[in-house]
Design a binder for this molecule. Structure first.
Ligand code: FAD
Length: 255
């Protein structure tokens, strides 16, 4: 359990905000890179302080649930977009949306405010460098995909399909020559369930030849549908696909 302070908050584009957290507690974080995820603890509206659990095992969850709601922190899963161990800092990039607890924290958070982390580790396992990769995600998976690409070898061959809310959320990304990023947005399809536009793009896409390694994350129906498509229509073995539902449309994190 690592307690930190917010150092900087930066709007990246209409749909994304970056928050830099820092403090000596980060010396206890083993930076694994890739899609390394954390539980982020932050105060509820009206709470002046952050009360962190103390158990550095899954027992933290019971500790949190036993706290009275007035003292209990909120907890959400996020990705470490970038770590700067020498400066005791990590950046987290948030896809803002609607009026959720996380979006509301992003509106009120200020430098100096407390926040906490609990490491969840990584699921992305780079295959042998000769194998082509397929990376697919919605806006919640963008930080993980960009972190994976930051660390990719220059020999990487990959097709990357990303969905973000608007054209202004598309990033300029420098990638190895064998990597092609295909951006889609919901700008011309307002109201569409996130993940559906990129799912259609993957269904139409030409996949790289050779034994593919696929990594898919985002809205849970996107993750399961891409996996089903790859297995059923493209013959990709299940063992070659890593997929994760990062959030579920219409389902709120219980807290
Ligand atoms: C391993 C992992 C890594 C993740 N990394 C990131 C990350 O780096 N950046 C990031 O932004 N998110 C990331 N997420 C997703 C994030 O945890 C969820 O989106 C989370 O539900 C947001 O909490 P909330 O308080 O906004 O909404 P909740 O309280 O969980 O839900 C409230 C409502 O908002 C809806 N909702 C939740 N998220 C979204 C969304 N993105 N767009 C539209 N509606 C939504 C829910 O369906 C629900 O109706 C990650 C999730 C996992 C599991």
């Amino acid at each position: 359990m690592i307690t930190l302070r917010v150092r900087r908050i930066e709007g990246l584009s209409p749909g994304f905000t970056s928050v830099t957290l820092g403090g000596p507690g980060l010396r206890d974080l083993v930076v694994a890179g890739g899609d390394q995820a954390v539980r982020l603890f932050f105060p509820r509206e009206g709470q002046a302080a952050l009360r962190m659990p103390t158990a550095s095992s899954e027992a933290w969850m019971a500790q949190v649930m036993l706290m009275p709601k007035s003292a209990r922190p909120r907890v959400r899963n996020l990705t470490i977009r970038r770590a700067r161990p020498g400066e005791d800092e990590v950046d987290i990039e948030f896809a803002r949306h609607g009026d959720s607890p996380l979006s509301s924290w992003l509106r009120r958070v200020r430098p100096g405010d407390p926040a906490g982390l609990f490491d969840l580790g990584t699921t992305y396992r780079a295959p042998e460098p000769s194998r082509p990769q397929l990376l697919v995600g919605d806006e919640t998976a963008l930080p993980a995909v960009l972190a994976i690409l930051d660390q990719a070898p220059s020999s990487l061959t990959a097709e990357v399909h990303l969905e973000v809310p608007t054209r202004a959320d598309v990033r300029d990304v420098v990638v190895p020559p064998g990597v092609r990023i295909h951006w889609v947005t919901r700008e011309d399809a307002p109201g569409r369930r996130p993940g559906t536009v990129v799912l259609e793009a993957v269904r139409r896409a030409e996949l790289p030849p050779g034994r593919l390694h696929a990594w898919v994350a985002g809205e849970s129906r996107l993750a399961t549908s891409v996996r089903r498509h790859l297995v059923g229509d493209r013959g990709v073995p299940k063992a070659d696909i890593s997929f994760a539902g990062y959030w579920r449309h219409g389902w709120s994190t219980p807290d």
